[in-house]
Design a protein around this ligand. Structure first.
Ligand SMILES: [Zn+2]
Length: 425
């Protein structure tokens, strides 16, 4: 009898110890009470990882739990409570993992986002970036180009970092769940080793065309009535005098154009590159010193592109995403090395022959149609002198002037050659 009583006593004591262990002796932290009130369906869990006790509230779903606990394990916050909320985004869920200090009195003001990830509507799969972005080479290259541009323009990349960073961003894996996505933007976390820019935020409008149809937002541009448009492009500059004069004519008429610059000239005249940007024009790369790219060795070709990108970036903090090959000369190797949309033309004004206003105008009059890309050169004063006449003619003929990006409604792909609005190959 005594033995049974003793055993019973031991068992009760063990149960008591166990209960005390689960229920902390101090009262439940305020943050936990608030989470329990606001999100009653979340399940509380306590785990000790590397001698640190982590308290978290997660939905009762294996997929979400696994992904979230992985993120919690990686998080280095101390003395905090984690919780996760899921927002319905029509075709998928946006899951947000928050962290809040244990004694917080207000979740709304004190919570910080640790990470976000997306899961399918039926919560059977955590979405990877590669599930969202179209899988063809052109779309993937276009996405990486947008990503690269964002990172370069969001920070100051030094000359030493320029090429390594560009290469790292170009070879980044889209096979990652470390991104989040909603109707307005796509946030992508970069590994610490790549850049001081931790998070890339791309507006959905600018990458919508690169998304798989399930994830695209409704295209607002579809109902626009087709307009009579023309894109003026100026090559080989910038050059003091003629480029300045072209800029003031464009200003007078309130027209935006696209300038394809040579790296060597951008390096020589950084102020002029900056002026072109500040006047609201688009800037593309036209190689460093105008070689026939098809005749270059691969390393020479890469050098032409990198040096030009760097000169334009250093002058105006722009990462050029458009490329015009000198003489229009390109082949598959050139396309695949440059990995930018290649902008050709369908009207050569032949202004390099310095023909005078009348002949220049006649060439354009005879060839122009809606969607044309007109090639001119801002290094010739004769072109600058003829420009008001050319613009007046086109205006009176009912043309509107657009930059190359606008001509294609900001939907351009690397590995593609553009000759006019309706001729891309
Ligand atoms: Zn040229």
């Amino acid at each position: 009898m005594g033995l049974i009583c003793f055993s019973l006593f031991i068992i009760l004591a063990l149960i008591l110890i166990a209960v005390l262990k689960i229920t902390p002796s101090s009262s439940t932290p305020k943050s936990e009470q608030l989470i329990e009130q606001s999100y009653p369906t979340l399940k509380k869990q306590v785990q000790t990882i590397d001698n640190q006790t982590k308290t978290y509230f997660l939905p009762d779903n294996d997929l979400i739990e696994n992904q979230a606990t992985r993120l919690i394990h990686n998080s280095k916050e101390t003395d905090v409570t984690y919780y996760l909320t899921s927002k319905d985004n029509q075709t998928f869920w946006v899951n947000t993992l928050y962290v809040v200090s244990k004694n917080s009195q207000n979740l709304d003001t004190d919570s910080k986002i640790v990470a976000q990830f997306n899961s399918t509507k039926d919560n059977t799969k955590v979405l990877k970036l590669s599930d969202i972005i179209k899988s063809d080479d052109k779309s993937q290259a276009a996405f990486k180009l947008a990503l690269t541009r964002y990172v370069f323009e969001a920070t100051n990349v030094t000359s030493e970092q320029f090429i390594p960073l560009k290469n790292q961003l170009q070879s980044i894996s889209l096979d990652t769940t470390d991104f989040s996505f909603n109707q307005n933007q796509l946030d992508f976390s970069l590994p610490d080793t790549i850049s001081t820019v931790k998070k890339v935020s791309l507006a959905i409008d600018t990458i919508n065309y690169l998304l798989n149809s399930d994830y695209q937002i409704a295209d607002k541009s579809q109902n626009q009535t087709p307009k009579k448009v023309v894109a003026l492009t100026f090559d080989d500059g910038p050059r003091p005098g003629s480029t300045d004069s072209i800029l003031s004519t464009l200003n007078q008429f309130d027209i935006k154009a696209t300038f394809f610059m040579l790296g060597q000239n951008a390096k020589r005249h950084p102020d002029l590159v900056k002026k072109v940007k500040e006047n609201g024009h688009a800037i593309g790369s036209h190689s460093y010193n105008h070689p026939m790219l098809t005749k270059l060795k691969p390393d020479e070709l890469i050098k032409q592109i990198n040096q030009t990108g760097q000169a334009i970036y250093e002058a105006a903090h722009i990462y050029p995403t458009l490329f015009r090959p000198p003489y229009g000369a390109r082949n598959q190797v050139v396309d695949q090395t440059i990995l930018k949309p290649l902008i050709e033309w369908n009207i050569d004004s032949e202004d390099w022959k310095k023909p005078g206003t009348e002949t220049l105008l006649k060439t354009i009059q005879q060839n122009v149609r809606s969607g044309s890309i007109i090639l001119m050169h801002d290094i010739h004063q004769t072109t600058a002198d003829a420009l008001p006449t050319v613009i007046n003619y086109l205006k009176n003929a009912g043309y509107e002037f657009v930059s190359i990006d606008q001509l294609y409604q900001h939907q351009l792909y690397p590995l593609t050659n553009y000759y006019s609005q309706h001729d891309a190959r």
